[in-house]
Design a protein. Structure first.
Length: 73
């Protein structure tokens, strides 16, 4: 179980590193989204933690970016 969570976190961090559009911007929300997605995927069933981390990372990045755009308007 610990290996699954560790693998999911590593995938989430990898996704967050590649999610940044510019070198000046941080991939905000991606790590938190990956962690939540990994836990949710782990609860769903065996082998879903990594997929949950990837989807959670992308969703977290999208939600943070959407919130920043709404704040700037």
């Amino acid at each position: 179980m610990q290996r699954i969570i560790l693998a999911a976190m590593l995938v989430g961090l990898t996704v967050s590193a590649h999610a940044a559009d510019d070198t000046n911007k941080k991939p905000a929300g991606t790590a938190k989204g990956a962690a939540v997605g990994a836990l949710a995927g782990h609860e769903v069933g065996s082998g879903h933690a990594v997929a949950g981390a990837a989807i959670g990372g992308a969703a977290g990045h999208h939600q943070t970016k959407k919130a920043e755009e709404a704040k700037s308007q």
